[in-house]
Ligand binder design. Structure first.
Ligand SMILES: NC(=O)c1ccc[n+]([C@@H]2O[C@H](COP(=O)([O-])OP(=O)(O)OC[C@H]3O[C@@H](n4cnc5c(N)ncnc54)[C@H](O)[C@@H]3O)[C@@H](O)[C@H]2O)c1
Length: 309
């Protein structure tokens, strides 16, 4: 009898939480979601020396956060620091760090903890791409893709998550990619490392929930190509469904997702439908969609990682 009561209790709690989740999502489809205040937070951005990392730094600069900027490229990082100060940031710290090297990550993380304090918002953004047919990718490029695009996330979480857990406060942001949701030809090492980044971030998100550390938020971002120079030369045959994204639009959406504590962000919206279709379409029909949308050609004119910012 007691066990039946417990089962019923368990079921009612589940139904309550499940329905609440739906109702809350529906409510925020019509009402604006409140945005959190990040002034006073310590925000670490990896790959801050250009592109999305730089633009995110400038947004946080406007919001009164302390900025900790990491990049392998000191010149780009200094430029971001200068721009962030011009944008109103009063506390900006730059560190040259090769995120792909575990010892370098731990060394620089210790320095940050001593010189700035405990990081409360961590944005794993640094990334590299090779962009070749699988059999043409040199082994060292495969290793580098994994070192920077995913293994770095492990070392950086290990360095900064303990303090977040002790305070049950923080936000983990993973910049993955649409290539971390759907495979793309000529991006085998990149796709594999970005799928891994997605899986890692989602696993830690659930682990934190299981351990009742719900004060630590997670945001996982999966954008299609962005005009930052990283995928210079890439084309899209359907600019309505899969446009090459403007950096400003992407950063607007990422900031919105962070400030409203949204967990998953896929850009553009078509990716949500593509993932849904993939879950039930026969593989041959899926390949037909790729052919129709000329997905196999998107990397044909890839030139490589150009620095523009
Ligand atoms: N540009 C796109 O089309 C696109 C699409 C989807 C996802 N992304 C992802 O968004 C993130 C930002 O990309 P972006 O477009 O701004 O590219 P970007 O090349 O402009 O910026 C990447 C930054 O990472 C830094 N970096 C590279 N290796 C590093 C290392 N070992 N240690 C520290 N820093 C390192 C670079 O110096 C650079 O400043 C990346 O993770 C990328 O994979 C980009």
């Amino acid at each position: 009898m007691l066990s039946k009561m417990n089962d019923l209790n368990h079921l009612l709690i589940f139904l309550g939480k499940f329905t609440y989740g739906f109702l809350e999502a529906l409510f925020y489809m019509i009402a604006p979601k409140p945005k959190k205040n990040v002034s006073g937070e310590i925000v670490l951005i990896t790959g801050a020396g250009s592109g999305i990392g730089r633009l995110l730094a400038l947004r946080f600069a406007h919001l009164g956060a302390t900025l900790v900027l990491w990049d392998i490229n000191p010149e780009g990082n200094q430029e971001t620091s200068k721009l962030a100060k011009e944008a109103g940031a009063s506390r900006v710290y730059t560190y040259t760090c090769n995120c792909g090297q575990r010892q370098d990550v731990y060394r620089v993380a210790d320095q940050v903890k001593k010189e700035v304090g405990d990081v409360t918002i961590l944005i794993n953004n640094a990334g590299v791409v090779t962009g070749k047919r699988f059999l043409e990718i040199p082994d060292e490029c495969i290793e580098k893709a994994f070192d920077v695009n995913i293994k770095a996330h492990f070392w950086i979480y290990k360095a900064f998550l303990p303090a977040m857990m002790a305070n049950n406060h923080g936000h983990l942001v993973c910049i993955s990619s649409s290539a971390g949701l759907l495979g793309v030809n000529k991006l085998s090492d990149y796709c594999a490392s970005k799928f891994a980044a997605f899986g890692f971030a989602e696993s830690i998100f659930l682990e934190l929930h299981a351990e009742r550390k719900t004060g630590i938020k997670t945001t996982i971002v999966c954008p299609f190509f962005i005009k930052t120079g990283m995928f210079e030369g890439c084309t899209t045959a359907n600019s309505h469904l899969l446009p090459i994204l403007e950096p400003k639009y992407v950063v607007d959406k990422i900031m919105d997702a962070i400030l409203t504590e949204q967990v998953y962000l896929y850009l553009p919206k078509f990716l949500y439908y593509a993932l849904f279709l993939k879950s039930f379409l026969p593989a041959k029909s899926g390949v037909a969609v790729c052919e129709y949308m000329k997905i196999f050609d998107v990397m044909n004119s890839f030139k490589g990682q150009l620095k523009k910012f």
